[in-house]
Design a protein around this ligand. Structure first.
Ligand code: NDP
Length: 292
């Protein structure tokens, strides 16, 4: 019999992920801070909108929340109802140190914890094609694997608890650096009179290409579509966690530290609820041009 699953946090990522778990045949209870979303999910995906006691009664609890702070809060709210032998899979892009603390607290209650942050955006979540980087014991990973296969395609155990969150923070710091660097370079080229679509076509057939030049900038900036799929505040949070990972390694890392400062500035100027790609609006403002 398939294990009973609960999913906490029906945001841009959690909503389609919980739907895919249900589609894969797992009986799924959902909970969301704004309860109306859980009701909509139940109607659309065939899940059950449950209370916290029902959520805690599941064999496997998933969370996908903004930061580890909210995950810690939810663990505390559920603690009295959680069952020994359970498994908590946290798909938040969280903080390694915080996750080690949460895992230690749950272990005392006989509950295993995996950090399992995801990459692939809302499209990857909808299609069940996410990359999932998992931190935790081999036994817990093996238990989680069939469930993770319902939401992701490339699923890798990368180390002990916290390792998944560390890798995710470094990945997103690289995303942030590539996006910002491409924005600066393209703005300068536009000022030189080069058409950005031409510049992108050449860069994408050359060695300066990245996900930013191949996908994000052509689809969102050049078109002025600016869809909101991943909040700038969340990316800035990830780069902040990336800085803690670098601090832990005792390295100067000047390039990535400047990236952190750039995204702090963009969050202040553009706002945390804007999409992450809108950080480039700040570069456009400084340059007095549009990359379009
Ligand atoms: P959203 O902002 O779309 O959703 C956040 C979710 O968390 C909502 O369900 C929200 O509930 C809930 N929430 C917020 N605060 C609290 C709280 N204090 N207590 C309980 N629930 C709360 O975020 P995303 O889905 O975009 O991101 C979720 C995680 O996934 C983040 O860590 C993000 O960095 C990561 N991520 C996001 C990607 C993306 O492309 N969007 C890609 C990969 C990872 P409510 O509905 O009430 O607001």
């Amino acid at each position: 019999m398939k294990p009973k699953v609960a999913f906490i946090g029906l945001g841009a990522m959690g909503y389609p992920m919980a739907c895919n778990l249900r589609r894969a045949g797992y009986p799924t209870v959902v909970w969301n801070r704004t309860a109306v979303k859980a009701g909509a999910h139940a109607s659309e995906c065939g899940t059950i909108a449950g209370d916290l006691k029902t959520v805690a009664g599941a064999d496997v609890v998933f969370s996908c929340l903004p930061t580890s702070a909210q995950v810690g809060e939810m663990v505390e709210r559920l603690r009295e109802y959680l069952k020994p032998g359970g498994l908590w899979i946290d798909c938040t892009s969280g903080d390694p140190e915080a996750s080690r603390g949460i895992a230690a607290g749950l272990r005392q209650q006989g509950i295993e914890f995996l950090d399992a942050p995801v990459s692939g955006g809302t499209a990857g979540a909808e299609e069940g094609m996410l990359t999932i980087m998992v931190g935790g014991s081999v036994e817990a990973f093996e238990r989680a694997l069939p469930l993770l296969e319902a939401v992701g395609k490339k699923i890798v155990r990368v180390g002990p608890v916290g390792a998944g969150h560390a890798l995710k923070a470094v990945n997103n710091t690289l995303l942030a650096a590539n996006l910002w660097a491409a924005g600066e370079g393209l703005a300068a080229l536009v000022k030189q009179g080069v058409d950005p679509q031409t510049a992108l076509a050449v860069i994408n057939a050359s060695s300066g290409r990245s996900n930013a030049t191949e996908n994000l900038i052509p689809e969102r900036v050049v078109t002025r579509a600016w869809p909101n799929t991943f909040k700038l505040g969340l990316l800035a949070k990830d780069v902040g966690i990336g800085m803690k990972v670098l601090d832990g390694a005792g390295m100067p890392a000047p390039l990535l530290r400047v990236t952190h400062e750039a995204y702090q500035m963009a969050r202040r100027e553009i706002g945390p609820d804007a999409d992450h790609v809108e950080a480039l609006k700040l570069i456009e403002r400084w340059a007095g041009i549009e990359i379009s």
